[in-house]
Design a protein around this ligand. Structure first.
Ligand code: ZN
Length: 85
């Protein structure tokens, strides 16, 4: 049986707002640079550096998130640029 987590009203409000703000944001996987294991998922507005420990290879990495973007929708981006020109 899973324990039910109860948050204070302030924390619950912050969690609700955070979830609502992600509705229109793209989400992508952040993969370990060594073994490619999916470490976490991040949203399109994330910036800066992040430290993580890969649960698979157990190495600790510091990454600048702008260097680790996956181009999964390159066809769409190309088509959009053609239409705008
Ligand atoms: Zn790894």
């Amino acid at each position: 049986m899973l324990a039910t987590t109860h948050f204070s009203p302030l924390i619950q409000r912050k969690l609700d707002l955070s979830k609502q703000e992600t509705v229109d944001l793209a989400q992508r996987d952040l993969r370990c640079p060594n073994c490619k294991f999916i470490v976490t998922k991040v949203y399109g507005d994330i910036r800066g550096h992040m430290e993580f420990k890969c649960p698979k290879c157990r190495e600790i990495y510091v990454v600048n998130l702008s260097y680790f973007r996956e181009q999964t929708h390159s066809r769409y981006i190309t088509l959009t640029r053609v239409i705008q020109d």
